[in-house]
Design a protein around this ligand. Sequence first.
Ligand SMILES: Nc1ncnc2c1ncn2[C@@H]1O[C@H](COP(=O)(O)OP(=O)(O)O)[C@@H](O)[C@H]1O
Ligand SMILES: [Mg+2]
Length: 246
Amino acid sequence: MPDGPLLEFIGVSHTYPDGTVALSDIDAAIAAGERVALLGPNGAGKSTLMLHANGVLRATAGEVRVAGVSVTDATVRQARERIGLVFQDPDDQLFMTSVFDDVAFGPQMSGLAMHEVEHRVHEALHAVGLADVASKSSHRLSFGQKKRVALATVLSMRPDVLVLDEPTSNLDPRSRRQMVELLRSLDATLVVATHDMDLAWTLAERAIVLDGGRVVADGPAHEVLQDAALMEAHGLEVPHAARCRS
Ligand SMILES: Nc1ncnc2c1ncn2[C@@H]1O[C@H](COP(=O)(O)OP(=O)(O)O)[C@@H](O)[C@H]1O
Ligand SMILES: [Mg+2]
């Protein structure tokens, strides 16, 4: 693995075909082992940025680099092996007839032998606490289970960086707690876009705040998240856990 950042956004801008400017000149670099919360109000550009991390969307200006390699048509496949993107809506990720097949899909596509594919599926489902549902249809699972299976479909690729868009959105309190504990248990480089300030507080060492498609803060999570004026200015709030401390 190279010494430099695993994931870099260099002057990334994105304008959607309808003219909406979603990102303007984003610079950020994620190093191995970092856990980064990407915060910002609705429409800030979080999801758009996540979709640039593995080439689902391409920058209209600037560059995304994965392990030092610029993401282009020629390199997007290798970028996707390194950067695992978990969509906000699990129905965008799960499309096979069984949980096993969904989690096996990536490893199969990358040409691994069947015994290795099975090993990966078992490992990933075990990590998300769902080893017992492998033969079920993904569509029969609860929403919380679907969110965890969606994560497993990415873990089975053993990516270098896990990028998750709103992993706790729409979960009931118990499912949310399970997801938070699960994310905390992963020994992975993480970028998590979230509105869940307490998730950011318990999970991340670094917080990047986006608003209006621009980076408005990037620093140690305990500093950024306790900056009440900053949080207020960008439609966020200081996490409960941080307020209890002070
Ligand atoms: N497919 C799209 N076409 C046009 N505009 C879009 C599209 N997706 C998102 N946007 C716009 O881009 C901006 C950033 O959206 P998004 O990345 O979804 O923000 P966030 O995830 O922070 O809520 C918003 O103004 C949103 O309306
Ligand atoms: Mg979003």
